[in-house]
Unconditional design. Structure first.
Length: 182
């Protein structure tokens, strides 16, 4: 068993930047070796929530959009942010309808992840949605989305060969395969 105590000594912390979505902090520390250093962290105001809409025949829906930080177009599962006080399952249902127009009768939580725990506290929740019916999509003003229904095996192949690189999407598809859900 390893020692799970904190080997870092925090000397001070300073907020360097904040906006409605994130905060950036600089921590002055003593490293585990006892040397002075700094550690930068990004704190998210929302939790990440992804949802895989699963049809009775095993198809799923993917969402394509341009991702500003990467300057690239990406395919991923529907997802969004759960504000403090909103249940992650409520967020999953809301994002599913907003992005795809799909309404689910049931949700199952299949994973909880930390997206990059070396620099951020962002926590993610991944659901599978079943019992789907179609309604009108309601994307946010910042979203220009393409929605595509694909066989699960095609989406899984995309995650395995690098056509899908979003961490939450990759984990979702791998977990579904591991659990025998598709």
């Amino acid at each position: 068993m390893t020692d799970e105590s904190n080997p870092w000594t925090l000397l001070s912390v300073e907020e360097k930047y904040a906006n409605p979505w994130i905060k950036v902090h600089e921590h002055k520390v003593l490293t585990p070796a006892g040397n002075p250093g700094i550690y930068g962290t990004v704190s998210f105001h929302n939790r990440a929530v992804g949802v895989v809409p699963l049809a009775d025949n095993g198809d799923i829906w993917l969402v394509g959009q341009y991702r500003f930080p990467l300057e690239q177009y990406h395919w991923e599962i529907p997802m969004g942010g759960a504000p403090e006080g909103e249940d992650a399952a409520e967020t999953a249902l809301r994002e599913l309808k907003e992005e795809t127009g799909l309404v689910a009768q049931s949700l199952e939580l299949i994973a909880r992840v930390h997206t990059s725990n070396c620099i951020t506290n962002e926590e993610g929740f991944i659901f599978v949605a079943r019992g789907l019916s179609e309604a009108e999509a309601e994307p946010e003003e910042t979203e220009v989305l393409e929605v595509r229904r694909v066989p699960f095996d095609e989406a899984f192949a995309m995650a395995m060969d690098g056509r899908i690189t979003d961490a939450i999407s990759v984990v979702a598809l791998q977990r579904m395969r591991l659990l025998g859900m598709a």
